[in-house]
Design a protein around this ligand. Sequence first.
Ligand code: THU
Length: 139
Amino acid sequence: MNTDYKSLIKKSLKAIDNSYAPYSKFKVGAAILTAGNKIFSGSNIECASYSLTICAERVAAAKAISEGEINFKVLAISTNKNKIVYPCGACLQFLTEFSPDLKIILVKTEKEFEVHNLKDFLPKNFILKNFILKEIRNE
Ligand code: THU
């Protein structure tokens, strides 16, 4: 197996341990590989005011972005349910802002996983950057 995938999968599984999910008990771990070949992991963080919950994928991405790594190559997602989970629409939109060509590994176990592309899940995306750049260039 691709060594990048192997270590990402392991880190996403490990991140499940730090999930804070007292309400749903649905624990998610994510690990993201940046263009600079750094890996950042994240877990879901729930809140008593439920809508403030943050998904594991966005936690991992935010950690990377705030460390100056804004281009991503691969994201792995694991859960405590021994099942694959598809990323939510909010996470897809957030990730497409930075890396529309991202690969996404959906992990069931260390050896059972699927590889997809963000574009498979969000084929048409909303990217404001293109419009803003046009304004700056006066096009
Ligand atoms: N969750 C994630 O962390 N990632 C997903 O892709 C789907 C959902 C979390 C949010 C919440 O804490 C729990 O899973 C149940 O929805």
